[in-house]
Design a protein around this ligand. Sequence first.
Ligand SMILES: Cc1cc2nc3c(=O)[nH]c(=O)nc-3n(C[C@H](O)[C@H](O)[C@H](O)COP(=O)(O)OP(=O)(O)OC[C@H]3O[C@@H](n4cnc5c(N)ncnc54)[C@H](O)[C@@H]3O)c2cc1C
Length: 314
Amino acid sequence: MPIEKIIKKNYNLTSLTTFKIGGRAEFFVAVKNRKELIEAINWAKNKKLPLLFLAGGSNVLIIKKKIKGLVIKISGEDYTVNENIISAWAGIGLAKLAEVTYGLGLIGLEWAAGIPGSLGGAVRGNAGAYGSDISGQVAEAEAYDQAKGELVKLNNQACGFSYRHSIFKENRNLLIVSVNLKLTPGEATEIKNLAKVNITNRARTNPKEPSAGCIFKNLEYKKILKENRELALDLEKKGLFRGGKIGAAYLIDQLGLKGRTRGEAKISDQHANFIINTGRASVRDVLSLINLVKKKVKNKYKINLEEEVEYFGD
Ligand SMILES: Cc1cc2nc3c(=O)[nH]c(=O)nc-3n(C[C@H](O)[C@H](O)[C@H](O)COP(=O)(O)OP(=O)(O)OC[C@H]3O[C@@H](n4cnc5c(N)ncnc54)[C@H](O)[C@@H]3O)c2cc1C
């Protein structure tokens, strides 16, 4: 079917986010593969409309009531395997892809078990857990460069990965289309068991209510040292750093902020770095809690928390 036939106008994005908080896209289309994506991109290009990708919607807070341009929802299943290299379409679910790799006896994505969202979203935010992140597996990413109007290839170094960061966050013109992951051959049962442990941990620590995962980035030792040397040394003495980081949840919890509400948004009782939507929370409710936490942490600890959640429609 021609792409213009499936493009919708004034489309409500609420149900496409795990937070269940949304705005409306001026134009919207859902694509499941590369061919449909290229058609959608060309459609927007002809109309000189900006493009925005929404994939799993698991790391976004939609902050605009009306989002200009074409929002492309990417999902789908396409991938190919060549020995220990997996080439996958950016819309594939990260956890789904991780499952495929255990079956193949390939090590590298066990940490991703149970993380919602897509491969492309994970690469953009350098998603990770349990001391690993996707930057360790990305061999190459293929992206559509909106500024040049062409597909470009970036090797791992060119992706500019650092903690929950990549070139794709800096240059919003780059939309990830496919990714080559390099994994390591291993023993299938061992990999599956590791993933099972991670899934069990996740079920214990992650709230079930709608959320966007951790709102704030965890804190690297060097950041705390720079902003509050005394605190860094104290936390170090208490042995609270894991892999050079401490959870932002620790500081939020110390401030007694768990359970705090604004409208129908709440700082989770289970995990202090999660804001949950207990019903019909508005973006304003969530932003108000985010600001409260940032202010309290700054006042008490002199630390500037940084959002991990992405403001969509900005
Ligand atoms: C319960 C829960 C647990 C979570 N646990 C973790 C965790 O342990 N570790 C972790 O790192 N994250 C975690 N997250 C956050 C989230 O799942 C990840 O960040 C995920 O990788 C986001 O992918 P997504 O497809 O949902 O991205 P989206 O939310 O759809 O998009 C996020 C941003 O990336 C952009 N984007 C999406 N796809 C592309 C693309 N192909 N090219 C360019 N830009 C793109 C979007 O425009 C948006 O700005 C969790 C979230 C939830 C709800």
